[in-house]
Ligand binder design. Sequence first.
Ligand code: SAM
Length: 320
Amino acid sequence: SPDYRNSVALPRYVRVNTLKTTVEEVIEHFQSEGYVLEEPIKILNNLSPKTIRKDFHLSDLLVLPPNTDLHNHILYLSGKIILQDKASCFPSYICSPSINSYVIDACAAPGNKTSHLSAVMKNTGKIWAFDLDKKRLRLLEKLTQKAGCKNIEAIHKSFLDVNPLDERYSKVEYILVDPSCSGSGIVNQLDGLVDSSETDQSDLSQKSQERLKNLSEFQIKIILHAFKFPSAKKVVYSTCSIHSQENEQVIKGVLQQNYNFILANRNDVIPTWDRRGISSEFVDDDESADKLIRTLPEDFTNGFFVACFIRKSSYMESAA
Ligand code: SAM
């Protein structure tokens, strides 16, 4: 696979923070600055300067041309818009916790998905946001406060050490699992954390293979831990990796080791999104890959992966 980093300019995606404003208000604001509203489209290349459009797939997302710098924009500074890549908006959108529900964000910092969950829940119910990294968790507190979220409790703790049978979490129905990954899908990676050789699977050094194996084992473990929460009915897993070891192979591992959760049907996992999981990873199983989401820079987003597990019984109920 080609090395995408430093080679693609993604559109400037703007997630409207519906806790503070509306999509219409934000569009009007940009129009007052001379932006022209255009129709939603799937193929987002050659976006003209000073154009704005609703995203084709996500209702709270707007699309502006690449390299539009909004870091000093009043709507950003006031927390009314959040600058977040399209693919990383998928997990909270797919999770879609209902109003007044109880939610865990297992690996939450710096919190863009947490504030998105909070907005989907309209600031009702409760989100427990765990993270191992204290500094990143402080950032989560700052960012979610700026976004006007009032239903989040940030906890500095490994999610693996959270007791699923603790009474506090007895009503948790939705769990988001966005754990550490190789980051190999991130375009224009600035922090240099990822070894560039990792984007080509055939070239993976032994060290990288070892690292992927460790990540993959950790990812399986953390999903299986989420399944232990007695009221959990939906568990959404995501990575910003393009490696099947952290994506399809993690899903296979999880499905082999538990009998209570299955993959949600494509209809509940952004059915209009065309790029699905890699089917050759699932031998004798024609259905699973289609239930998964992959994104690549060709889709005008970072490389990303999302899977949505649901408890078997809740699937049976909804099918009945
Ligand atoms: N969900 C975040 C967002 O959208 O802003 C990004 C999460 S980042 C991909 C992964 C996070 O997992 C890191 O902040 C890392 O500190 C955290 N992490 C790693 N191991 C963990 C564990 N055992 N329990 C909780 N958090 C963990």
